[in-house]
Design a protein around this ligand. Structure first.
Ligand SMILES: [Zn+2]
Length: 552
């Protein structure tokens, strides 16, 4: 590509969007913009990353690296040298993002509400940070003056503060729509404020409403409620229709030479069961709890049925009756959420493997890495991995008697041998997407429960990809696209050389004019930002938001 070409790229992210919903709705004439773009562009399933979780997946989008190489593996990360967790932020990324990389080649960028961009970097262009921003009052834009403009003009909100509780459907739905509408108006304005070569925005409503409202749409879901379905059964469709209109509005602001990319970080589907991996490991003798008086007291409470699992169910019942706010102070409600706190009840001297990350990830209690690690690397490490794998593959669904786990991935299989040492050692691939990791330790006594964190929908590996514009094939079905391919593809479309270290490939088959030479360089992929440590208040704000979203 020539140096002076006019191509700009606009990447429009719809968090958790799936063709499983879009395709039938588009065919039925309910999503006219998406239907038009599918026939006039190239599209197909976009394979997510392991794990298909919002934060690691968007981090892969902005780095072109797998989580094994960019380092974000969950919303929370284990603080090195401890068993404690802290929320991830962009400063933990072990690579520069696409904004920095494009800046090196004189390209201006706008990154709006893209997860894994807080704290905002002084890029050549505009940054408005997203999901992991610790509240509305911290500095979340670059340049800094932009924040006041967004506030004055749009009453802009990074994320809504309303939480989904059963019985509060309407309030929650309205709140999500309100925040997304402000975001759209801000984006249409931002598109005109500054020259840009690459503009990325993420709309999160498709994910947030998918978690909360899937059961109303899906009559086969175990938590389906036919009465509430009459009122809320079409919430997801109506939201996708709003986004369909938003895509058309954004497209109307683009120039003839611009390329529009639509994408999601992962797909979406129903969740039927939470799985308590800590108890799988405990029953296999791989994880042990301390036998202190406090731990014994808690076990007695558990035997009386006072598990965090049951407490969450009780809270849901109280919320339905609007009682919880009166009866249970805020800090108690948060404490209930923290199956995380029980990590300090683990007997590390006898524990060889433990779950952490909340997305089917398991760590080996490794000597030299974990503060009280007991497993030597080498043969002993491999033996523990084998034992964990055996225990998980032996799991059977209590209703069907069928296997639950399809495969247990070793880190090197999932990410290659260059994967960072601080990442989880094992990753569960479920036989289907209806199972999900309850996360944490000590939530309940059993192995399985119905989903109890307000989620009836969850993530799948099958995200969406669509490209439309000059030079892009029309009506072409893309069959082998991965999330990690987008950063190199965007750089190629913009005529910038691609760092050879990126894991992804350029999606050449979407281009109408073959052959195109891909230009690589040996640009440094060393991390750029100094580590930013959240204050306790910021950490609490984020953990509350993640809990309110049902993520932790
Ligand atoms: Zn997501």
């Amino acid at each position: 590509m020539s140096d002076n070409h006019k191509t700009r790229v606009f990447a429009l992210g719809l968090d958790g969007a799936t063709f499983d919903l879009i395709q039938p709705w588009a065919q039925a004439g309910k999503l006219p913009t998406l239907a038009r773009l599918m026939s006039a562009g190239s599209w197909g399933v976009l394979r997510s990353v392991i794990p298909p979780v919002t934060m690691p997946a968007w981090a892969s989008f902005i780095t072109g690296l797998s989580p094994g190489n960019h380092g974000l593996y969950s919303f929370l990360q284990r603080k090195p040298g401890t068993y404690n967790m802290t929320p991830f932020n962009a400063s933990y990324l072990q690579a520069p993002d696409i904004g920095s990389l494009l800046n090196r080649h004189g390209k201006r960028v706008a990154l709006i509400n893209v997860p894994a961009t807080y704290p905002p970097k002084p890029l050549d262009g505009m940054v408005v940070t997203g999901l992991e921003t610790p509240g509305q009052t911290v500095a979340y834009t670059h340049p800094a003056w932009l924040q006041e403009e967004l506030h004055q003009r749009f009453d802009y909100e990074v994320e809504r503060t309303e939480k989904y509780d059963p019985g509060q459907e309407k309030l929650f739905w309205r709140a999500v729509e309100r925040v997304e509408q402000k975001r759209l108006e801000a984006v249409l304005w931002l598109m005109e404020q500054d020259a840009w070569d690459f503009f990325a925005v993420v709309f999160r409503g498709t994910d947030i409403l998918g978690h909360a409202f899937w059961r109303f749409m899906d009559p086969t879901h175990p938590a389906h409620d036919p009465v509430l379905a009459q009122e809320y059964g079409d919430v997801l469709l109506r939201h996708y229709q709003k986004m369909d209109t938003a895509v058309a509005q954004i497209q109307a602001h683009l120039l003839p030479d611009d390329i529009l990319l639509l994408m999601s970080d992962h797909g979406f589907g129903p969740i039927h069961r939470d799985v308590y991996i800590d108890n799988v490991l405990a029953q296999a003798g791989l994880l042990h709890m301390k036998q202190t008086a406090k731990a014994r007291a808690r076990q007695m409470l558990f035997q009386a049925g006072l598990t965090p699992h049951n407490m969450l169910r009780l809270l849901a019942w109280l919320r339905l009756r609007n009682l919880s706010r009166k009866l249970i102070p805020q800090n108690k409600r948060l404490a209930v959420s923290a199956g995380l706190l029980l990590y300090n009840s683990v007997d590390w001297s006898r524990t060889v493997a433990y779950p952490l990350g909340g997305a089917g990830q398991i760590f080996v209690n490794l000597q030299g890495r974990e503060p009280e690690g007991i497993v030597e690397s080498g043969v002993a490490y491999t033996a523990v991995c084998d034992e964990v794998e055996r225990a998980l593959l032996a799991l059977r669904d209590p209703d069907t008697g069928n296997p639950v786990v399809a495969r247990v991935w070793r880190k090197a299989e999932a990410y290659g041998t260059s994967a960072l040492p601080d990442l989880p050692d094992l990753y569960i691939e479920w036989v289907n997407d209806q199972y999900t990791d309850m996360g944490g330790i000590g939530y309940g006594r059993g192995i399985f429960s119905e989903p109890i964190r307000g989620r009836s929908g969850g993530h799948t590996m099958r995200g969406i990809f669509l490209a439309h514009g000059p030079g892009i094939k029309q009506g072409y079905h893309v069959s082998d696209a991965s999330l990690i391919d987008l950063a190199p593809t965007i750089m190629h479309l913009l005529g910038a050389p691609i760092p050879a270290q990126m894991d992804g490939k350029v999606l050449l088959d979407i281009l109408a004019e073959p052959p195109t030479t891909v230009v690589y360089d040996d640009a440094s992929m060393a991390p750029e930002a100094a580590v930013y440590v959240f204050s306790d208040t910021e950490q609490a704000t984020i953990e509350k938001r993640l809990h309110d979203l049902g993520y932790v």
